[in-house]
Design a protein around this ligand. Structure first.
Ligand SMILES: Cc1ncc(COP(=O)(O)O)c(C=O)c1O
Length: 390
């Protein structure tokens, strides 16, 4: 069978290879500490699970509108007002099957073959794979520790070409957990807008971010640049990975194009998941999510302390997503070797930098602190013994 060049060009998600290997070790009776997958261990909040049970009352669960349940689009717009103090017209909110579908739909709406798209390196691999699937040429711009592993406006300007059609930023970032400074994000958006290019900001971890000294969450790009495309999800902050629900906020001119694409690609996002997700915005669910955000901060402190005792440097302290990006170059191993041996010899699953780009791929590994405090403690003890044995 002839497989499309598009499909053949998609690189594997190496984190999944390590997950498979970890599962094999577990099947052989070993206890693996899994610090490799970016999936909150809490699951959906109790009130959302209850809403799903209540919705399962025999009702038919028909398709919704392609852009999502109107009540959910309004609730998401209300979340921007409550959480970020920004008014969003619900007509600009599109509910999708996870952030992944939002990224797919917006890429389909924005990218033509041959367009260049600027993305930082390291970054979430699926973002560039999706762009390339639509024929984009992705310019991976090295994002260094000095810049919090995020691109800055000067680098964007330097890598700009006649073919640049857009810039994509994920903040906070996967795999580094670090956010771009607001002034820098604003400068990048201003630069791209002045050159008539689109701005796509993936904020899937935004609501897990640290608050400032006044207790305020970081600003959303929706407030900084009303013309930007902003993607978010129920997966991380609301703990609903497998429910497959996310959203994007679009500039009004893009809504009809995305609506047509959504009708054709998906018909609609999952109706039961949408009905239950309405409960995410109740005070009970919000209180639980806030509690979890603080729990992640406590876990991060434990992990950073443990890694510093082991002598594994974390060049930039994460401030948002539940990842730390560890520099393992001092061990004499490549990140791939480090992850293979940590899994085989210490039964600790991590993800090598190779998934996230090329720039720091061999020298860094990602640790995801989506495990309980006792499991994180056990993982750190094992890593300490493993590093000492090298
Ligand atoms: C930066 C980033 N964007 C998008 C996604 C996709 O999330 P989902 O489709 O589960 O909403 C992920 C998942 O890990 C991610 O890390």
């Amino acid at each position: 069978m002839r497989i499309s060049q598009r499909a053949q060009a998609v690189a594997p998600f190496y984190a999944m290879e390590f997950a498979k290997h970890a599962a094999m070790l577990e099947a052989d009776g070993h206890r693996v500490v899994r610090l490799n997958i970016g999936e909150p261990d809490f699951g959906a909040t109790p009130v959302v699970r209850e809403a799903m049970r209540a919705a399962m009352d025999g009702r038919p669960m028909a398709y919704t509108a392609a852009l999502g349940l109107p009540a959910l689009r309004e609730a998401i717009a209300g979340f921007y007002a409550d959480e970020h103090g920004v008014e969003v017209d619900p007509a600009r909110v599109v509910v999708t099957a996870g952030a992944s579908a939002a990224l797919l739909l917006t890429a389909a709406a924005l990218v033509d073959p041959g367009d260049e798209v600027i993305i930082g390196d390291p970054s979430y691999p699926c973002n560039r794979q999706i762009m390339e699937s639509f024929g984009a040429r992705v310019r991976l711009v090295p994002a260094t520790a000095e810049n919090r592993f995020q691109v800055d406006a000067a680098a964007v300007r330097e890598h700009w070409s006649d073919r640049t059609a857009g810039v994509m930023i994920a903040t906070p970032s996967n795999p580094t957990g670090t956010s771009i400074p607001t002034a820098e994000l604003t400068a990048i958006c201003d630069l791209a807008r002045s050159r008539n290019a689109w701005r796509l900001v993936d904020e899937i971890y935004l609501n897990l971010s640290d608050h400032d000294a006044q207790g305020r969450p970081p600003q959303t790009a929706v407030a900084l640049d009303p013309g930007a495309v902003v993607v978010n999800s129920f997966s991380k902050y609301f703990g609903m990975t497998g429910w497959r629900l996310g959203w994007c906020v679009l500039p009004p001119a893009l809504v009809p194009a995305v609506e047509r694409l959504a009708q054709n690609y998906f018909i609609c996002p999952s109706t039961p998941a949408q009905v239950a997700a309405l409960a995410c915005f109740t005070p009970e669910a919000r209180a639980v999510c806030e509690q979890r955000r603080l729990e992640f901060a406590a876990r991060r402190a434990l992990v950073l302390d443990g890694l510093s005792r082991i002598g594994l440097p974390v060049p930039v302290r994460p401030d948002g997503a539940f990842y730390v990006y560890i520099d393992i170059s001092g061990t004499g191993l490549t990140s791939w070797e480090f992850c293979e041996r940590a899994l085989q010899e210490a039964h600790v699953a991590l993800t090598p930098g190779r998934d996230f780009g090329t720039h720091s791929a061999d020298t860094h590994v990602r640790l995801s602190y989506t495990a309980s405090i006792p499991d994180l403690g056990e993982g750190l003890t094992r890593l300490s013994r493993f590093v000492a044995s090298l």
